[in-house]
Design a protein around this ligand. Sequence first.
Ligand SMILES: C[S@@+](CC[C@H](N)C(=O)[O-])C[C@H]1O[C@@H](n2cnc3c(N)ncnc32)[C@H](O)[C@@H]1O
Length: 272
Amino acid sequence: MTAPPSGVGAARLVARLRAAGCVFAEDEAALLLAEGLPPDALEERVRRREAGEPLELVLGWAQFAGLRVGTAAGVFVPRRRSELLVREGLAALRAVPGRSDARVVVDLCCGTGAVGLAVAVGAAAEGVDVALHAADADPLATACAAHNLRGVPGARAHTGDLYAALPAALRGRVHLLVVNAPYVPTSRVALMPPEARDHEPLTALDGGADGLDVHRRVAAGARPWLARGGALVLETSEPQAEGTLAACRAGGLAAVAVHDDDLEASCVLARA
Ligand SMILES: C[S@@+](CC[C@H](N)C(=O)[O-])C[C@H]1O[C@@H](n2cnc3c(N)ncnc32)[C@H](O)[C@@H]1O
């Protein structure tokens, strides 16, 4: 928790946010005030937040893996748990055998492009060049990702259904395929917090009856795209990890599950 923002206006803002049900009202007030907006614009943002819009959409950015990632209406807000994909993805890149000019990274189902962006930034910090391709079925998402990736040299965003969005020239050349696809079972979507249910598209959340429809398609199609030593890192949940593992093994991949208690996150790491 941050220190409460100072000043009478700040105290009223905290009180309004708390009354609207914001659990971290002090933190949210501090973030809103730090935007340095004129009073009318601040009031407009506060009203949107009071009406239940996610803070990240009200601010126009989300904190992810130490980066500020731009958000957009109708595009899934990156979650902290997906930082596990970044950590495991960077480890997988380090394990790629041999030398290569640039490591080819595909962020499939990219949303804002946060995961691919964080991998590219992390790899650059380790002196590794990345050729990043982000792809999503939703053009709103790919527009948002293209904007977020504008500082990554050579990064490209593609719109289309899973692998159909990718340039054919990437077949057999992908060192890291990092994927946070929808995996909420259909019957559980209605139980999600209203911030997700009301402000994120169903196509970003609903993974079918058992939540694993898109995982099965991602896993079934991964192998021909992976380079020698390349890896698929696929976000899942702890209860669904066995199903995601089975999908990867059915796709001809050797797969293990990784859990992180601090991030409350799970993923499957799979190789050809
Ligand atoms: C849970 S969101 C994750 C977004 C982003 N990877 C992240 O972690 O913030 C899932 C994303 O998958 C995309 N998606 C769903 N079905 C897809 C498909 N068949 N092909 C490509 N993208 C798809 C959605 O549009 C959405 O942006």
